[in-house]
Design a protein around this ligand. Sequence first.
Ligand SMILES: *[C@@H]1O[C@H](CO)[C@@H](O)[C@H](O)[C@H]1NC(C)=O
Length: 474
Amino acid sequence: EDIQLLKELKVNHYLLSISWPRILPTGIKTEQVNEKGIEFYNNTINSLLENKIIPIVILYYWDLPQVLQEKYSGWQNISMINYFNDYADLCFENFGDSVKHWITFSNPWAVAEEGYETGKHAPGMRLSASGAYKAAHHIIKAHAKVWHSYNKRWRRKQQGMVGISLTSAWGEPVDLSNPKDIEAAETYVQFYLGWFANPIFSGDYPEIMKNYIGRKSTQQGPGMSRLPTFSAQEKSYIKGTSDFLGIGHFTTRYITHKNYPSLQGASYHTDRDLAELVDPKWPDPGSKWLYSVPWGFRRLLNFVKTQYGNPLIYVTENGVSEKAQCPQLCDEWRMEYLKDYINEMLKAINDGVNVRGYTAWSLLDKFEWKEGYSARFGLYYVDFNNENKLRYPKASVQYYKKIIGANGFPNAREVHSWYQKATETCSTTNRLLAAEPLTTHMEMVTEIVVPTVFTLCILISAVLLMFLLRKHSL
Ligand SMILES: *[C@@H]1O[C@H](CO)[C@@H](O)[C@H](O)[C@H]1NC(C)=O
């Protein structure tokens, strides 16, 4: 059914991820392969292709097999590289005839930084100072190994591409005439995007990262940095291992220089010597970190072009959530966001950035990390309380469909009419949805009230009967 929604939207590709533990329950190929998992993804991929939708498949989007975390500390452990490579190879073997676009990792920044340093996200490890750097080091090596595996064993036969998808905000200097702010903004983006992109496209961590972390690694002794190093051999093994670059992008920050004394607890955050600011005038329709700053997108894309030799880019994630607690199908803010961001992407294409695909985030409302179901990013509203998890189109469905149909924006008048039509249709579906809580309420009534009334009736009859019997015996 969801693939039918994609078909109606007229998208030509769909991004999905394969769950490692669903294929390998213990994470390790030699231990157990779940054929049902493989069958599930085969059906999904085939069904997409039958509907002329190109599957872009992510191998790792956060779901590390739990056993690997509990027994071996997950990405802190270098053996993850081989386990992941075995899993990826199994995927190439089973799905590679149909899948031609592979993404090894999506948003590894968050895995490393929020998973192993701040502990904000799964697996929730708080390993300040070096946890994130170590996890990232292993992830980068695992990515390179998988790319080489594909290159050696599968590329000639399957003719596909293997890349990585990196999520990054843009950092703009607060004061453009202050060299310290300019360096701070550069540092922000290098620690975010460059951390992964630089080794993969240029062969090593960004100079800024090496300098900053090295300078602050005083406890480790002279010449020792908390940032791991690549050997010369590893550098050349890792360089050039992405056939395209996936970009996830949502928001922008103003950046100013801020000195953190070395005595303070060392961490990824304090290593950067900067502070992040936002303009209170920026719209923030959804999650509290997500300000709509479309021009930042164009700058980030141009940064990728100049830094990494104008690689082929697929935008893998771009979109906005919503604050509304009640169902709100008239999502004007999402239409605005998509229009403005896509427009800035088109400007970047005019600038010569090699963007070849765009993916809105996301098709459906879904589970958003520790926010659970409360942060709704979907073009389709999902009624999670309903046992069938019914989907309702938000206004942005109609609007996005028009953008896809025209492959951009033909002229202001027409674009405005799309907007108006979309808001008209959503108000009728809104009424439908508003009526729905009533039916779920009625179900509750039948579930609770009917048995209660029934029980009461029996009790009253029993009392009456006792009363009558006693009267009779008297
Ligand atoms: C890393 O994983 C291996 C298994 O591949 C295990 O033998 C080793 O003890 C693990 N190391 C740590 C520090 O957990």
